[in-house]
Design a protein around this ligand. Sequence first.
Ligand SMILES: C[S@@+](CC[C@H](N)C(=O)[O-])C[C@H]1O[C@@H](n2cnc3c(N)ncnc32)[C@H](O)[C@@H]1O
Length: 204
Amino acid sequence: MDKRKTYDRIARFYDLLDLPFEHRRYLPLRRALFAGVNGALLDAGVGTGRNFPFYPSGAEVVGIDLSPAMLQRATQRKDALGTAVELREMNVTQLAFDDDRFDAVIATFLFCVLDSKHQLPALKELGRVCRPRGTIHILEYAISQHPLRRFIMKIWAPWVRFAYGAAFDRNTGQYLDAAGLELVEKKFLYKDIIKLLTVRPKTP
Ligand SMILES: C[S@@+](CC[C@H](N)C(=O)[O-])C[C@H]1O[C@@H](n2cnc3c(N)ncnc32)[C@H](O)[C@@H]1O
């Protein structure tokens, strides 16, 4: 599936479609995520810039995204909020940054979108550009173990696949070792359906 086309198509509606989830679920998670990071930050799959209000003051942030239309929305938000962020069109599987460039990398709901074959290359790239002892923070969906929530997620899954090219069950954690990354912490931030993986490059 061509994710650039998918997001160029949905960019105009993205914030509107996500609005109920943004307010009920995502806002506190974004706040918590950025509370613990600073320095040179990469916001990978920056989208329309939903993370902008939570960037720590003084941080030097670069946001990258595959979709020009999503980046256009992000530029509008950057101008409206006065956010200090450099926005660049880039594929997370081929980052145009030097090794060890960032103190921390944040990817909110990017890995739900990446197909299986892109998960490992993307993780390797994030590990390459993250400095030793830096951290990579991945917020992603997981399929609930709770029968009713699981049922509802299964009903939503075809829409989520069509509209966002996303899936609830990517299980990004399975690629960490092959990508040269180690798990620092894994915890659920919203029920048992939104989880945060904190990882870092393995030290020899
Ligand atoms: C579900 S949205 C999440 C956006 C934002 N991080 C947020 O939290 O609202 C996923 C974003 O990842 C971008 N994306 C998908 N595949 C990508 C890739 N290979 N490289 C960079 N960005 C990608 C999409 O264009 C989209 O903006």
